[in-house]
Design a protein around this ligand. Sequence first.
Ligand code: AOF
Ligand code: ZN
Length: 360
Amino acid sequence: MRSVLHYLLEPTELTCRFMGRAVELAEAAQHRAAPNPTVGAVLVKENDIVAYGVTEPLGGRHAEVVCIDDARARHVDMTDTTLYVTLEPCGHHGRTPPCSDAIIEAGIPRVRYGVDDAHPAVSGEGLRALGAAGVDAKQTSHQDVIHACEALHRSFRHKILTGRPYVILKTAASLDGSMALSDGTSNWITSQASREKVHAIRANVSALVTGHGTIQTDNPRMTVRHVQSERHPQIYACLGSSRSNTKAHVFEKIPGRAETQVFITGEDGRVDLVALLGDVAKDGHHLVLIEAGPTLSRSFLNAGLVDEWWHFVAPKWLNGKRLFEAPVLAMSASSCFDDIIFNGSVGRDMLFVGPPRERC
Ligand code: AOF
Ligand code: ZN
């Protein structure tokens, strides 16, 4: 179980450098094609990369077509080339014509792809068309490349299969498990190194959910600042029915950020989290980060809606507000990580990453 964010922690040297380059190209352009997956492609001739392609923003060309057009612009003879692409080439007429047609027409004899397309209307069709035309098209045999492509396209796959975006929850607490002081303040529990890591996560997601309490007490900007990025995640603010504090930083209009969406809590003060995630998915997002206080974070965990949990632990004692306040009466009733993708130090802090489990 690895997300694309895994690469923020441990950059991998992939065994196939061509596919490695295709993955890098797509990673650098993450979400730009949403709700389409951002795919990377390279064309290889005599062991050299001779053309590149990444999916264009929605309605634009697919990665394979960009790559083929690039090869044409460079006057490459494509008759003895291999196309490496992170996702299975499509064979359907969507907003754009099938990539399989473009590959056949260009005379490319070999295609290696990373992962299958989860889209039921798309999967298999392109491969059948390529096979029928005599193109040798198959999945790469390099396991690490397959894993990297799975990670790259995980959130797209997740959304196609569940109708919800892939949810990352980020929490930070002191050694005694406090996520905030007793007055609710939670600014700067962790060190600069952890904050940079969080900004790198923000740069890799396209949507961010936060809550009334966090906006009220910390007034965060929720922008990407400590790492280079021209885009900032679109904010979904869960507010009380008063719709208070619209002057908060999260409502500022800033270049590179879509308009903040407000989600009003019900009469009982609760948010319909499934409906919220449905809206986030409908807006085209595959990957969303939850950066909120103990109540909203706990609600996402209790509802079983968190796919990946990033928990930072700072070397301090705060004796403040905890994520889980109610006493746990048996070890088997505790919440835990189902699996650990990463645990280690980030500056002065510790970080645990993995999918959560309700009852361990
Ligand atoms: C590819 N290469 O670069 C991408 C693919 O409406 P369309 O024509 O843009 O098709 C969208 C679907 O195509 C999308 O849901 C996904 O299944 C696939 N994306 N396929 O061959 C690409 N982005
Ligand atoms: Zn395509």
